[in-house]
Design a protein. Sequence first.
Length: 95
Amino acid sequence: MTKAQLAAQVAERTGLTKKQANEVVDAVFSIITEVLTKKRNAEPVNIAGFGKFVVKERPKRVVRNPRTGETVEKPATRVPAFRPAKQLKEAVAGK
């Protein structure tokens, strides 16, 4: 499903116009992105019954280029992650 298809589903279920629904979808994604991109101590975005969007810290590490065998130090990074809620896991599993 694309973002446009998601917006169309939102419009159909809520009675909003497609333009309004697209603005709602954009706003939700924008808010999640904004919360997760805070530099220090980004708080998780918890959506009950759906899941939690969090930021994981990856420590710096030494990696090896398999082609050349050269080792390089990779700096620490922050990556987004999603943890599905129990209800979502059960729904996907068909329980």
